[in-house]
Design a protein around this ligand. Sequence first.
Ligand code: TUI
Length: 314
Amino acid sequence: MKKGKIAEMLGIEYPVFQGGMAWIADAQLAAAVSNAGGLGIIAAGNADGTYVREQIKKAKELTSKPFGLNIMLLSPFADEVAKIAVEEGVQVITTGAGNATKYMEMWLEAGIKVIPVVPSITFAKLAARSGACAVIAEGGESGGHIGELNTMALVPQVCDAVDLPVIAAGGIADGRGMAAAFALGADAVQLGTRFLSAYECNIHENYKKKILKAGDTSTMVTGRRLGHPVRSIRNAFSREYSKIEYTDISDEELDAFAAGTLRMAVQDGDEKGGCFLAGQSAGLVKKEESCEEIIQDLISDCEKHLRRLEEWVK
Ligand code: TUI
């Protein structure tokens, strides 16, 4: 496969990013993806600066290839982590769940390539104006915090709206999805859910089992009332959350009900109380594999489908 604009710009082999999944995407996963030719991304999530610095240092030991850091902008530690990225010489930053404008000058001055996740044209244009080198257009099929639009409608509109390379995310887990992303105008893809099944992904075995067992309708969205819709696997926690979401429960109580549930899923594998973030593509994830196998399969499957599509041309 040709590298395309994004892989050329970042010095990676394949136009494939691994999503910056909070509590999940650590140095080991990110380094494994980068070593396999994609862009591995460490997730800062809600972690403090000490943890993030440690993970960056560890990733540098595990790979000599470029890797990125995802900064979740709702985190109370976002300011601290934003500075640590500069101090540690991170090459690529992706941002999620908010507006990164206030950090852009500092990051650009440090020569960091900044690639915000955008859920709409408004945020794509904002990112372009503030100096982003590309944007990740993430549709609502994704796991975790999502916007209003789905990938099929979002990606081409973002491609038309900004003069920047676009990485498509949301609902992509195999070569068909990757080929579709190229058809929509994207220059690369980002996958989160597929990498949950990687050997190098340090989540509780119950989490992995849930992904491997998931079908097409296994995920649901909660949290719209508080303005932070989140897609996760349907279980006792998500069902209970949606049951109480539109009662007269206060915002604080609703927040407290969800607090700590992602950690309970990732570390404890708490099947009832945990919040198992996953995208709609979980139904496509069938087996545990190495990051190398995932990326090789993705690329060869994508090439196969791109060739098949040629049959439609008269
Ligand atoms: O950020 C994600 N996915 C995430 S973040 C997360 S942790 C979390 N913790 C508490 C509440 C919510 C989430 C789990 N999964 N994906 C990237 C993404 N960014 N999706 C949507 C957005 C987004 C949303 C709003 C980007 C910008 C934005 O701007 C809003 C504003 O007003 O600034």
